[in-house]
Design a protein around this ligand. Structure first.
Ligand code: ADP
Ligand code: ZN
Length: 773
């Protein structure tokens, strides 16, 4: 018997090993094994097992054909041992990862690494055992009267024993903390026979110390009920289509998810809920834990290693049947999977920005297909790709366009900042309309959220005399000035330095702070509303663990009046007494050199607006912009996704962009600009050669001429990336477009196989890229 193994030393190849007699039957696909590898012993995962070459199954992943070499199987080395009691990967998961590695052009080892949390992969990781104190049974009388204390105990020991009996034992560490005693004292009690001390596995529970209020299923609103019928039908179908749930903010999507999960749990199946990392707040987790209690496991990078290890194994053993987590939770080892929910399915954070560059939403759809389980993609502003799939029937569609209890949508006011600027004679952070509205809400005792997707104080530090701008040399971008620690920070590489005392260019001491970020807005608010409590939430203040919870907690309980924040506060938060939301600079995301700029802006505005008026008082949204006529801004006024999608899809179609074409973005980077440009140019040339003969996929002037052949690939020239330099490296990109992604992948793999990239030029392949910066 032979096992084909992917070894952890990332070599992008599979190796064959003999399975020795004693391990037969225990070595199955997904089993983790130790194998000899050159002079070393390494670990790896079994991908397939077979008796001989005729036993091989079809694979999408294409390893060198070792079975076909003239090496007789008996000359193969043997598997040394098995790691762990059970296989780390189930067969369907392994199949999913093989697809993923293939589709996203990444090594299988890298795909497996993404799927297994580091603490689980770490050899030697195991459950933690802790001392547990048990009250000796005979010490408690049937009548409930405590037995007399053993006479050998001191007074202090006797007191402690009485209290331990009262609480009927518990974890030693907890008792020591509560009763202010030492483990030594407990040991003495044990020696006297008054208690039993034993080592027990302790679950490291990320939800410990959080009060979770149990909730019951709510009677559904009509639209929810219709959506729920669809969800149930899909869950019961042997081969369901994914369902796109278009539900405006506050339409009660989560309740539909919860009842869908309850439905599959009742069938003895499990569920996975993906949420964007940013939305993975205790608030979100509690909504699931409140309904399903300890059946819920959380997978989150902010958990301690021990917590992640335990949570993963609780899922693996089936103790936890509902998993809530960010993108990597799509690989959670849930067996008998009944439902995957992808909340806020349009979120760019579902895309991993290192190899394998997978999109968890698309992986969820593929996992659903492999495991025949239902998939719900939920959003108020779906990605154009998903919307297009729903329009052409590839996905089922459910609409929930009314807010729960039919609360009115907040009124949206667009403020033209060009007029404000003309009036004031210079750039304004706040319009008069927004300042008035804030004043008004504060005087009513209501709360305000202000949104600005830029942290720091000023976007640049400039010398008014010579025009010098403080710039990060490694990235060629202006430093952002941070007032909190009076330093200049590069938002690309994180590098920072002190503000120079005088201009390095002309020695003038007077700097000008241009542009504004959240810190500056905070400072202005303090000046304008000295009595208001202002809090700021952005990556600079939430770096500390728990600070996130503290800031939101203070806001929820009304200790803060105004919350200013970046995209961190745009989603998922539910504060009933917020009645005003202000968007300070709606244009910021609009003018990026990215065909999705309009879509992103609309999504952001719709999402931010959804934070207003979640309680009984109608909400108001004020959007400040320099381009009030842009379709994304106009559509935000009515928050009409479908109206926006009509204009946006027409644009995409005429430009030949997704969802009407598939897009692969190649980025080459290296320290030498010339070398990167040269290598990128050669690669583009080679790709053009390999795809020649077919007309470009982009439909240039629709109507004229015959449509492009279905196999056509449009290969761009190698050009500097929009972010041309970062962290000291120069970046070039090549964009590949075609109607079918396979048209791109086949020549791309060939080009990558023959291209001998120099060691100092790195190539990143991004299939279905969402960020082309
Ligand atoms: P969404 O996820 O679509 O933004 P939520 O699921 O968060 O909406 O629901 C918004 C609020 O409405 C929540 O407080 C939720 O408890 C409540 N809610 C949802 N469905 C119902 C219902 N059928 N009846 C009463 N309240 C509901
Ligand atoms: Zn930098």
């Amino acid at each position: 018997m032979i096992a084909r193994v992917t070894v952890d030393a990332a070599v992008n190849r599979l190796f064959d090993y003999l399975v020795p007699e004693p391990l037969r039957g225990r070595v199955v696909p997904g089993t983790r094994v130790r194998v000899p590898f050159g002079p070393r012993t390494v670990t790896g995962y079994v991908v397939e097992v077979g008796e001989d070459r005729s036993n091989r199954s079809d694979r999408t992943y294409d390893p060198p054909d070792l079975f076909g070499l003239d090496v007789a199987p008996r000359q193969l080395k043997s598997v040394l041992s098995i790691v762990g009691e059970h296989p780390f990967l189930t067969e369907p998961l392994l199949k999913l990862l093989q697809w993923l590695a293939d589709y996203y052009c990444a090594p299988l080892e890298a795909a497996i690494r993404s799927a297994l949390p580091a603490p689980v992969r770490a050899t030697g990781a195991r459950q933690k055992a802790q001392l547990f104190v048990e009250v000796v049974a005979s010490q408690i009388c049937q009548t409930g009267q405590p037995r007399p204390t053993p006479p050998t105990l001191t007074r202090r020991q006797a007191e402690l024993l009485a209290r331990i009996r009262q609480v009927k034992g518990g974890w030693a560490a907890t008792l020591c903390r509560e009763f202010k005693c030492t483990p030594e004292l407990l040991r003495k009690l044990a020696a006297a026979g008054a208690i039993i001390l034993e080592s027990r596995p302790m679950r490291r529970d990320p939800m410990a110390n959080r009060a979770v209020l149990p909730t019951q299923p709510l009677p559904l609103m009509p639209e929810q009920a219709t959506a729920m019928e669809q969800v149930k039908a899909l869950c019961d179908s042997p081969d369901p289509r994914p369902l796109l749930l278009l539900g405006v903010t506050n339409s009660g999507k989560t309740e539909v998810y919860l009842q869908g999960i309850a439905h599959v749990l009742a069938q003895g199946r499990g569920a996975i809920v993906l949420v964007p990392e940013i939305a993975l707040t205790p608030q979100t987790v509690q909504r699931f834990a409140g309904r399903f209690g300890p059946q819920v496991a959380v997978l989150h990078s902010a958990l301690s290693d021990g917590e992640r290890y335990d949570e993963w194994h609780r899922i693996r053993t089936g103790e936890a049947r509902v998993v809530v987590g960010p993108r990597s939770a799509v690989f959670a080892p849930v067996t008998r999977l009944g439902l995957i929910v992808v909340d806020e399915e349009h979120e760019p954070s579902y895309k991993q920005d290192e190899a394998p560059r997978y999109n968890a939403r698309d992986v969820a759809v593929m996992r659903g297909r492999i495991e025949h389980c239902a998939v719900i993609l939920g959003s108020a502003t779906p990605a154009m790709e998903s919307w297009h799939n729903a329009q052409r029937g590839k996905y089922a569609l459910a609409r929930m366009l009314r807010r729960v209890d039919d609360r009115p949508r907040p009124t949206v006011r667009i403020v033209d900042m060009r007029i404000e600027m003309a009036r004031a004679g210079h750039v304004q952070v706040f319009s008069a309309a927004l300042l008035d509205a804030i004043q008004d809400r504060l005087s009513q005792g209501e709360q305000v959220i202000l949104f600005l997707n830029r942290r720091g104080y000023a976007t640049s530090l400039q010398c008014p005399c010579c025009g010098y701008v403080a710039t990060c040399e490694a990235c060629d971008v202006a430093f952002t000035y941070h007032q909190a620690d009076t330093c200049l920070r590069c938002h690309t590489c994180g590098d920072f330095q002190q503000v120079p005392a005088v201009c390095p260019g002309c020695s003038d001491p007077a700097f000008k702070y241009a542009g504004f970020g959240t810190q500056r807005v905070e400072a202005i608010l303090h000046k304008c509303f000295p009595k208001a409590q202002v809090a700021r939430m952005d990556a600079d203040v939430t770096a500390r663990r728990h600070s996130h919870d503290e800031i939101l907690g203070a806001f929820r309980t009304g200790r803060t009046d105004i919350l200013i924040g970046t995209q961190m506060i745009a989603k998922g938060l539910h504060f009933p007494s917020v009645t005003l939301v202000g968007v300070l600079a709606a244009d910021m995301s609009l003018h990026r050199p990215d065909f999705r700029a309009g879509e992103r802006t609309f999504q952001l505005l719709a999402q931010v607006s959804g934070r207003a008026g979640r309680g009984d008082i109608p909400g108001e949204v004020i959007i400040q912009t320099y381009t009030p006529a842009h379709p994304a801004v106009v559509a935000a006024e009515t928050a009409d996704f479908e109206a926006f999608s009509v204009a946006e899809l027409a644009d995409r179609r005429s430009g030949g962009f997704p969802p009407f074409a598939r897009l692969v973005c190649l980025t080459l980077r290296g320290a030498s600009a010339e070398k990167v440009a040269f290598v990128a140019g050669k690669l583009a040339e080679r790709l053009k050669e390999l795809t020649r003969g077919a007309r470009p996929a982009a439909v240039e002037n629709s109507g004229a001429g015959a449509p492009a052949p279905a196999s056509a690939v449009d290969v761009s020239d190698a050009i500097p990336s929009p972010r041309a330099k970062a962290k000291g490296e120069f970046r070039y990109q090549i964009l590949l477009r075609s109607v079918a992604v396979q048209n791109i992948l086949d020549p791309l793999r060939r080009a990558m196989a023959d291209a001998k990239l120099p060691a100092d030029v790195l190539l990143a392949v991004d299939v279905d890229a969402v960020n082309i910066m």
